[in-house]
Unconditional design. Structure first.
Length: 208
């Protein structure tokens, strides 16, 4: 089966603050439920995600985030509706991710594409992500690698991201535990070089 990255902590995006994880198509129906907690110097975020699987083309998700700004002592609710499509499976996998984000009084959109190559226990990948905010847009490129450790039911993930038009790199390291097909525990530590900000995420995924 495919192994590739779909969601990661991104300091640049308006995306929900989900943890670094490998992702596959949802099982049929309302079958995917996720929860995350992220802590950083500036924000504290709690997220819940529900996913609906129809086919490799239609994998819908709805996320609700509660974001607390530590500096301003302000809490906001954010929403995200997305769809993941596994467009091509062959020598490489090609995927497309569409999302609509509601933040405060604004609605923004994002488009992501990803190419990955699964070889034995290793999966390198390359992703381009574009965020559209009113009449502006920004692109972020990410390169990463996942390594499965079947003997311990673990997966190690490493990622480097860079906003194309700016010098704002981010690095992330994740370690996930999948004891069975229905439950996965995921963790991540991400570091933004520009402001020396570190974020830690812990989450879970339940498939029915």
């Amino acid at each position: 089966m495919k192994y590739f990255l779909l969601f990661s902590i991104q300091f640049f995006f308006f995306s929900p603050t989900w943890a670094l994880d490998t992702t596959e198509e949802y099982p049929l129906g309302f079958s995917n439920f996720e929860g995350y907690s992220m802590q950083s110097l500036h924000e504290q975020t709690l997220s819940v995600v529900a996913g609906y699987g129809q086919s490799r083309w239609l994998n819908l998700s709805l996320a609700i985030d509660q974001v607390h700004d530590v500096i301003d002592n302000n809490t906001q609710m954010q929403f995200c509706v997305g769809n993941f499509s596994h467009v091509y499976a062959g020598i490489v996998d090609f995927d497309v991710i569409l999302q609509l984000h509601s933040q405060a009084e604004s609605v923004t959109s994002s488009l992501g594409t990803e190419v990955s190559y699964a070889y034995d226990l290793w999966t390198p990948y390359l992703r381009m992500h574009t965020d559209f905010v009113e009449d502006q847009h920004s692109e972020t490129a990410s390169v990463g690698l996942s390594r499965r450790i079947p003997q311990m039911d673990l997966e190690l993930l490493m990622e480097y991201s860079q906003v194309v038009s700016e010098s704002q790199p981010s690095t992330a390291l994740g370690l996930n535990y999948k004891g069975n097909d229905n439950f996965e525990l995921i963790t991540e530590v991400a570091y933004q070089n520009a402001d020396e900000n570190t974020a830690v995420s812990v989450g879970f995924i339940i498939n029915q």
